[in-house]
Design a protein around this ligand. Structure first.
Ligand SMILES: [Zn+2]
Length: 169
């Protein structure tokens, strides 16, 4: 089932998400819906707060559904290692229409659980490393605009407020 994606300004996006302890039907349905919603958007990653659920779950697939082996589901993830630096343009399904260059570590290793509660550790570089860090930020209530410097952030936030006021957000 597709779930609506909430946008910048929704409280759930701006607060830390809670750890998942239950791997039953409700969590499985959430994960299936998140995968479907990510592909439909389309996007390379989606975190549970983006569908209004404050749980530490994210999905990503840098092939956007072209290669089923690329689909990753992470629950309660934590950084193990991060190093290097990459500067690339980034967007977010919760901030449609806006992009900005965000500095991120070039490599990231994450450990956590898969959708069945089994431990998993994954190493990522390039786009996948960027995706991991963007989604990890979502679980901590941080959006990519929060990582921009003053003026650039203010400009985007001001435009969003304008759109919201006009009922277009
Ligand atoms: Zn995002």
């Amino acid at each position: 089932m597709l779930r609506p994606i909430v946008r910048h300004g929704a409280a759930v996006l701006h607060q830390p998400a809670q750890a998942v302890a239950d791997f039953g039907d409700k969590t499985q349905a959430l994960i299936d819906d998140m995968i479907q919603t990510m592909y439909a958007a389309p996007g390379v990653g989606l975190a549970a707060p983006q569908v209004g659920v404050g749980a530490r779950v994210f999905v990503c697939d840098i092939s956007v559904g072209r290669n089923s082996a690329d689909l990753i589901v992470f629950i309660n993830p934590e950084f193990v290692e991060r190093d290097g630096m990459q500067l690339e343009e980034e967007g977010c399904l919760s901030i449609p229409g806006f992009n900005a260059t965000v500095a991120r570590p070039a490599r990231a290793v994450l450990k956590g659980l898969d959708r069945h509660g089994e431990p998993q550790t994954l190493e990522a570089t390039g786009l996948l490393a960027r995706c991991f860090q963007h989604e990890m930020d979502h679980l901590d209530g941080t959006l990519f605009v929060d990582r921009l410097r003053g003026l650039q952030k203010d400009l985007i936030v001001r435009k969003i407020k304008k759109l919201a006021k006009a009922g277009k957000w």
